[in-house]
Design a protein around this ligand. Structure first.
Ligand SMILES: Cc1cc2nc3c(=O)[nH]c(=O)nc-3n(C[C@H](O)[C@H](O)[C@H](O)COP(=O)(O)OP(=O)(O)OC[C@H]3O[C@@H](n4cnc5c(N)ncnc54)[C@H](O)[C@@H]3O)c2cc1C
Length: 416
């Protein structure tokens, strides 16, 4: 279908994550789109700032910082939030049908429905393991940790205190970050293991960052088990296999940080997809099969000039959102859309309270400085200037209090 410019178009965006919400917000920059209709279809009440969701475990960040409501983020914009689930898309009639039965006729459609946990056939996985991919997951995990600490505290009256055993499965960024935060939350109470099937942790990350992660895990006495697979999960054990030897170890909490897949295509007509199930895009981020549809984020196969795929990260979705908004602005003025070029700015991971690893353009940093930079960068990545200011103000307040305490302590000791 050929795309044409339209005055006051209806732009319909499905999915309010890093791809969808940020596209909607970037569209606000274009004056000629101020009178157009922008609909954001998103079933959840709150946006999730995934990269810092781990900070909820250790109470370094508050719920309002990580999970702002869409109603608060969209105040003062011309974005209409439809709290609903898109059920299907009809490309030929340019319409989206949502769960309530409402139909949205669009001029341009942006699809950014993200990814979900990949279903894996493993005994006990669904019943006994927790995942960490949503607002609800984060609340469930923090509640479970509190409950484990409470029941251990009750044990102190009895003679032998058992450590709280936690097994984190998956040695990618999410597994490493969870292991470090949970270790810091539990301190001496916990015994944390990190299980990875491959031969090393963080296999897709630069060497320097892997070194930082090793240091942080060692400092926290996390037991790292590589070339180890999970065979089964029970209420308070996991069964592992390593070198063809099976062992069953205690696990009062098993965290599953393995495997995602793109959410399925919503269209009634089939479109070109890669083997992983992502929709194929043109360099302009328009759907290969339909120019009036843009796709971005984890559900899109986005390629650079040499055919290199952009990663499935918030960083890539965030950059693509800016390009989608610019291309929509161009098309609606009768101009040509431009290709998207992903620029890899670096990698950052949290490695516990006040600790992080950062690698950018050949420079690797770790520890407190990396944690500070990471927090600063993410404050600027949060949606809307208003939210950034609120979160930034609290971060600065904390920083000044920490500096003041340090200085005060130094002086006090000097005097004595
Ligand atoms: C715990 C965790 C930590 C992460 N840490 C980092 C990090 O440090 N750095 C980094 O760059 N990336 C990180 N990522 C990856 C990053 O969050 C994703 O790559 C990014 O969110 C992808 O953006 P998206 O818009 O494609 O999907 P999402 O942000 O997941 O948004 C998809 C949205 O679509 C909505 N949706 C789904 N189906 C429908 C439907 N049918 N109708 C309407 N709405 C629908 C969902 O509710 C959701 O809000 C992390 C991810 C997780 C889970």
């Amino acid at each position: 279908m050929a795309v044409s410019s339209r005055a006051n178009p209806h732009i319909c965006i499905v999915g309010g994550g890093f791809g969808g919400l940020y596209t909607a917000l970037y569209l606000q920059k274009y004056r000629h789109l101020k009178s157009s209709r922008i609909t954001l279809i998103e079933p959840d009440e709150r946006f999730v700032f995934f990269p810092m969701m781990y900070e909820l475990i250790t109470d370094e960040l508050k719920q309002w910082e990580l999970f702002p409501t869409y109603s608060s983020l969209l105040t003062g914009t011309n974005i209409q939030w439809q709290q609903d689930h898109a059920e299907s898309v009809d490309l030929s009639q340019q319409k989206v049908i949502v769960s309530s039965g409402d139909v949205f006729i669009y001029d341009y459609l942006v699809l950014a429905t993200g990814a979900k946990n990949r279903p894996i056939d493993l005994p006990g996985l669904n019943e006994h393991a927790l995942t960490f991919r949503s607002y609800q997951d984060a609340l469930t995990l923090t509640a479970r940790l509190k409950q484990l600490v409470r029941s251990q505290t009750l044990q102190t009256q009895s003679d032998s205190i058992q450590p709280i055993s936690v097994v984190v499965v998956g040695g990618g960024a999410s597994g490493v970050e969870l292991a470090c935060k949970v270790a810091d939350y539990l301190g001496q109470r916990g015994r944390i293991s990190l299980v990875e099937r491959g031969s090393q942790l963080l296999s897709n990350f630069p060497k320097g960052l892997r070194r930082q992660a090793d240091r942080a895990l060692k400092n926290r006495q996390v037991n790292v088990l590589i070339e180890t697979s999970v065979l089964a999960i029970d209420a308070d054990t996991v069964t592992l296999t390593q070198d063809e030897t099976q062992t069953t170890r205690p696990s009062q909490l098993t965290l599953w940080a393995v495997g995602t897949q793109p959410r399925p295509w919503l269209g009634e007509q089939s479109v070109k997809q890669n083997d992983y199930g992502q929709r194929l895009t043109r360099r302009t981020l328009q759907l290969a099969d339909d120019e009036s549809v843009f796709v971005l984020g984890d559900s899109a196969d986005v390629r650079g000039p040499k055919g290199k795929a952009a990663p499935n990260t918030a960083q890539a979705a965030f950059q693509a959102a800016s390009r989608v908004a610019a291309n929509l602005a161009a098309i609606t003025q009768g101009k040509q859309p431009k290709p998207f070029n992903y620029l890899h700015l670096g990698d950052m991971i949290t490695l516990g309270i006040g600790d992080a690893g950062l690698s950018s353009f050949g420079i690797t940093l770790g520890g407190r400085l990396a944690a500070l930079i990471r927090r600063g960068v993410y404050v600027f990545r949060m949606p809307t200037r208003h939210h950034q200011i609120k979160v930034g103000r609290r971060a600065l307040g904390e920083l000044f209090r920490a500096l003041f305490r340090k200085r005060f302590k130094k002086r006090w000791f000097k005097k004595r």
